[in-house]
Design a binder for this molecule. Structure first.
Ligand SMILES: C[S@@+](CC[C@H](N)C(=O)[O-])C[C@H]1O[C@@H](n2cnc3c(N)ncnc32)[C@H](O)[C@@H]1O
Ligand code: SF4
Length: 410
């Protein structure tokens, strides 16, 4: 029998409250923690990450203290929420001692409920490799290592200005696999003067180790880098596309799935931390310049911490680590969701749009129609999934979801 309320209620209006005011969340998404360590042995000429040459020793103890204070400052924003993964990135986190990483992880575990099966990754540069140190990271609770190999070719490593040679990369790769098992290698392609055959040799060298996960990044010339100012001779677009096809074929034949634009994995070894980004999950970023995306019952906020390490340390001491703190607007949230989700080969369930943005899917209806008309997205009402064409022209596909897409009639 209907309740009295239902009898007198007006005819339903099929507009979510979210379209009239802010977003509404029934449940919050999974939460991950990112920790940024901003120092490297030397700055690579192509890199625009927030990384700084450690002149002498990095202030390891003071920085771990600051990270823990930073986390404490953030606790009210994530109160009671379980953390599904931790990623310690940089920079070069493997510059830090195992004792410092142990103290950091103990500090995190003591303050937030970490899922018993949480994936805990650390980024390492082969130039900082020592077997005992890797074993110490494992003992501290790191259960996945991401190794910045870049290439196994001595000449390409030199052209990239890497601090390690190919032998060091091989020794670090071997030790990483024996100590952690769950390992990713970062490789870059379309390197200065690289041929398709050389790129294929790099893939073969990587595959010889049988790592569970491989990330392949197209080398890009980023503003404010030495390579941008003095561009090296890079392969043309056609060669870069041939390299991509060769990489894909070799990895596919070896049983890896190209599950995301730059990521290939054996079944079940996809990076859970990165999947959470692409599925528009939440993350708290602590450390210099770290970014956060956090959902609350009625809003999503993005935060950025102070970027320069010295300034970050001072600001944490002053109890004010945030440089930016703003709510994601209704105009931006659809684009941000699609930007991430469309990187995934399998896409995401259509229902996750409302679950993760707090708005109905109608928010991106125009973009979806335009993408389907151009054959860039599957016409499946239950899925948001790029077609093969959409994956090839991903930037064009993503741009259709901008609040003001290029070429839109005014
Ligand atoms: C923070 S670094 C990883 C760890 C460590 N710093 C290292 O380089 O060994 C993340 C990865 O981004 C990739 N990367 C950095 N700059 C790039 C660029 N300009 N173009 C493409 N990939 C880049 C590299 O593959 C690098 O391993
Ligand atoms: S070691 Fe990694 S983070 Fe550091 S400068 Fe080189 S690519 Fe960038």
């Amino acid at each position: 029998m209907p309740s009295a309320d239902a009898v007198i209620a007006p005819a339903p209006v099929f507009v979510s409250a979210a379209t009239l005011s802010g977003p509404r969340f029934v449940a919050l998404p999974p939460l991950a923690i990112y920790v940024h360590i901003p120092w490297c042995l030397r700055k690579c000429p192509y890199c625009d990450f927030n990384s700084h040459e450690a002149k002498g020793d990095a202030p390891e103890a003071a920085y771990v203290d600051a990270l823990i204070a930073d986390l404490e400052f953030a606790l009210p924003s994530i109160w009671g929420r379980r953390v599904v993964s931790v990623f310690i990135g940089g920079g070069t986190p493997s510059l830090f001692s195992a004792a410092a990483i142990d103290r950091l992880l103990a500090g995190i575990r003591a303050r937030v409920p970490l899922a018993p099966d949480a994936e805990v990754t650390l980024e390492a540069n082969p130039g900082t490799f020592e077997r005992e140190k890797f074993a110490g990271f494992r003992a501290a609770g790191i259960n996945r290592l991401s190794l910045g190999v870049q290439s196994f070719d001595p000449q390409h490593l030199q052209a990239l200005g890497r601090v390690h040679d190919a032998d060091e990369a091989r020794r670090a790769a071997e030790a990483a696999l024996s100590i952690f098992g769950n390992v990713n290698f970062d490789l870059m392609y379309a390197l200065p003067r690289q041929t398709v055959a050389e790129a294929a040799a790099d893939v073969a060298a990587a595959l010889a180790f049988v790592p569970p996960h491989l990330s392949f990044y197209h080398l890009t010339l980023e503003p404010n880098t030495l390579f941008h100012r003095y561009p090296p001779p890079l392969p043309d677009d056609e060669t870069a596309a041939d390299i991509e096809d060769a990489v894909d074929a070799a990895l596919g034949a070896a049983g890896y799935r190209h599950y995301e634009t730059s990521a290939h994995a054996k079944s079940g070894r996809e990076c859970r931390h990165n999947l959470n980004y692409w599925q528009f999950g939440d993350y708290l970023g602590i450390g210099a310049g770290a970014h956060s995306k956090l959902s609350f019952a009625d809003r999503i906020v993005r935060q950025v911490r102070h970027k320069q390490p010295k300034q970050y340390l001072e600001q944490v001491a002053a109890g004010a680590p945030l440089q930016e703190d703003a709510a994601v607007t209704r105009e931006d949230v659809g684009f941000e969701f699609m930007l991430n989700a469309l990187r995934l080969t399998d896409g995401v369930p259509a229902s996750s749009f409302a679950e993760r943005t707090g708005y109905p899917l109608a928010l991106v209806r125009q973009g979806l129609e335009a993408a389907a008309a151009r054959g860039l997205i599957e016409r499946d009402p239950a899925l948001l999934r790029p077609t093969a064409l959409g994956r090839r022209f991903l930037n064009d596909l993503q741009a259709l979801f901008l609040a003001d897409p290029p070429g839109k009639a005014k």
